[in-house]
Design a protein around this ligand. Structure first.
Ligand SMILES: [Zn+2]
Length: 283
């Protein structure tokens, strides 16, 4: 498969030919940065882990340039940092037993440009080759601009697929902003309790980010535990870790559906939910 960027990186942990590796995909995540996949889509990784009939593929759109650095990485140039991050992402793919790991290597500015056709074209080619049943994207209320842009480019690619190639389910996942505020009936529950050792390793391998001064390893596990605990006040916890997601499937099933009103309707529901108790209890 040929991508627009000559230095796009394709890594297949079990060394199968890339086309065959991609074709076995059942679960696929498209993220902005190295390490986002392991934070947001552990559900998909765990669903496929160690199985021969389900395979997880990761796609990272940006090149990891401009990331913060300290400690042993403090003196690294942007180019050296990109190399480190690419290797860390390959390591995660190896640990997680991914079908295929693709790093498209775009600068953030290219992803944020709605008129740049190459990002959407690359993503469309990947989706047509992989034909995943389940797709994980950043949620559209994320507070990181590149995350939202990546999700919009991925949605555009998904909307170009023929009806029979579209995934059955598209989740908008948590990284920079969680989804606890979604009304319970709208929350897509993504259990993340299986293989806690693998879950920890997958975030832990991104040493350049964690050593950079952000305990993503602890924060990611903490968020999943908090969600599992606080999700339902009257039930005993069945899951010890979970993520929440926004259902983006309707936006793919109906390419004419307007994106912004679809997302802000969830915010309107949240507002109505808060107002309900306040007006009832204020008397
Ligand atoms: Zn990110």
């Amino acid at each position: 498969m040929q991508f627009h960027n000559p230095d796009a990186d394709v890594f297949v942990p079990d060394a199968k030919a890339p086309d065959a590796a991609l074709a076995r995909t059942t679960h696929l995540c498209i993220s902005a940065h190295q390490d986002d996949i392991e934070i947001m889509a552990y559900h998909g990784i765990a669903e496929c882990f160690g199985l021969s009939d389900r395979w997880f593929t990761g796609v990272v759109v940006t090149n990891g340039a401009g990331s913060p650095r300290s400690g042993i990485y403090g003196h690294y140039t942007d180019e050296e940092m990109q190399h480190v991050r690419r290797q860390e992402q390959r390591t995660a793919a190896y640990v997680g037993g991914y079908a295929c790991m693709i790093q498209l290597g775009y600068p953030s500015s290219a992803v944020k440009d709605p008129k740049s056709p190459s990002v959407v074209g690359d993503l469309q080619a990947i989706l047509e080759a992989a034909k995943p049943e389940v797709v994980y994207l950043h949620n559209l209320a994320d507070k990181h601009e590149t995350h939202v842009a990546t999700s919009l480019r991925a949605l555009a690619a998904l909307r170009r697929l023929s009806a029979q190639d579209r995934p059955k389910k598209v989740y908008g996942c948590e990284v920079w902003r969680d989804l606890d505020w979604l009304p319970d009936e709208a929350k897509q529950i993504l259990p993340a309790s299986k293989y806690p050792n693998v879950a920890a390793a997958l975030v832990g391998v991104f040493d350049s980010q964690v050593s950079g001064g952000k305990r993503y390893d602890l924060a990611t596990a903490g968020r999943r535990l908090a969600h599992a605990t606080y999700y339902a006040s009257h039930a005993t916890d069945v899951e010890t870790a979970m993520n929440f997601a926004m259902d983006l499937t309707p936006l793919v099933a109906d390419p004419s559906l307007a994106v912004a009103p679809y997302v802000t309707a969830y915010i309107d529901s949240f507002k109505a939910d808060v107002e309900k108790y306040l007006s009832k209890l204020m008397g």
